[in-house]
Ligand binder design. Structure first.
Ligand code: SF4
Length: 347
């Protein structure tokens, strides 16, 4: 059976995603993708084809499946966060406020106080209310979020961290691509050098996938470097309650991730000009919120279900209940009727 990818169950970057299509950004400096070089450059902020900006999360959605990107960012269809993502958002929020306090005040007890104070933000969030959690499930949700918050102390002593910025918005031109993002934390290490850090509340990747996960935080490092003119020394992922993954920031590494971002941007721009977004059916179709609009994805879900290669709690299985009607070309109107999810994958 295919494992569920962290793509769906990893922590959210919804705030970041929401700004992807805002007006074109300006940044004081451009990092060019050519290895070993960097130059000051007033970016061209005139009319450009393609998306107005890219964030790591939207680039990731496109690379995973261009069709899914189109549903989300062109058609503006909802992609409501799941329970795990919302718990991660709440944990992020508590840690954000905690790390803005003076070091001596960053205790677990203080985190509990903040969690209680900040809980109403999540409790009244329409996405949270849409989960319709009963009392037991609500307690489990808060417990899950708390374990992530408390999990920071397994990775570091927050009172000793020299925090330079939290939730730092970056908007720069990276290799010709308008890039936006929100960096969870920018620290100063013991040597005074910048450390760009991002919290993760999803599963930590195996060694094999660790490097690819660092791409996001390396892009943030490139953005911080572009905005401040100061090269961070480390890019770090803090997998709460699990482990830290980090890498030294080098010009070559930045050039690689900026070059990859440029490739994604070029491909995306070509798709937008052609108004054609190919689907990439795969294991994630079972968790795609647009599966009912995507005949290729539904076929993938059905095939995986028939061969026992999909988890029985995959939300898209609900669309197999009803016969599929002839699809709209290129994806569009729903091809199956959504119903309440079955408790098991029977049909
Ligand atoms: S169902 Fe699969 S192929 Fe279709 S849009 Fe979603 S991820 Fe892409």
């Amino acid at each position: 059976m295919e494992p569920v990818s962290d793509f769906d169950l990893d922590d959210d970057e919804f705030a970041e995603s929401a700004i992807d299509l805002l007006p074109t950004v300006e940044g004081p400096m451009e990092i060019v993708a050519d290895a070993g070089t960097r130059r000051l450059h007033e970016p061209d902020v005139g009319q450009r084809p393609g998306p107005r900006s890219l964030s790591p999360s939207s680039a990731s959605v496109y690379r995973t499946c261009p069709r899914r990107w189109k549903f989300r960012y062109v058609d503006n269809l909802a992609d409501p966060p799941g329970e795990a993502a919302l718990a991660g958002t709440f944990a992020h929020r508590v840690l954000e406020v905690l790390m803005q306090l003076p070091g001596a005040e960053r205790s677990i007890d203080q985190a509990k106080v903040l969690a209680r104070q900040l809980w109403p933000e999540t409790e009244h969030d329409p996405d949270f209310q849409a989960l319709e959690l009963d009392d037991d499930k609500g307690r489990q949700f808060r417990w899950r979020a708390w374990k992530a918050i408390e999990g920071l102390w397994r990775l570091e002593d927050p009172s000793q961290v020299n925090v330079d910025a939290t939730e730092a918005k970056v908007s720069v031109d990276l290799g010709g691509v308008p890039f936006r993002g929100i960096v969870d934390r920018v620290d100063r290490g013991p040597d005074g050098a910048l450390v760009v850090a991002d919290y993760k509340s999803g599963r930590a990747p195996s060694e094999r996938f660790a490097e690819s996960r660092l791409e996001q935080v390396l892009l943030y490092a490139a953005a911080v470097q572009a905005e401040r003119g100061e090269m961070p020394r480390l890019a770090r992922l803090l997998y709460l309650a699990q482990r830290t993954i980090e890498v030294e920031v080098t010009i070559d590494r930045l050039a690689t991730v900026v070059g990859d971002l440029g490739e994604t941007h070029r491909s995306l721009t070509a798709d937008m000009e052609a108004e054609s977004f190919d689907p990439t059916p795969g294991p994630l179709c079972g968790w795609c919120p647009y599966a009912d609009r995507c005949p290729e994805g539904l076929r993938e879900v059905e095939s995986r279900y028939d061969s026992g290669r999909i988890r029985v709690d995959a939300p898209a299985l609900v669309h197999l209940i009803n016969p599929v009607t002839p699809p709209a070309a290129g994806g569009g109107e729903p091809v199956a009727t959504a119903q309440a999810a079955p408790s098991t994958a029977t049909r």
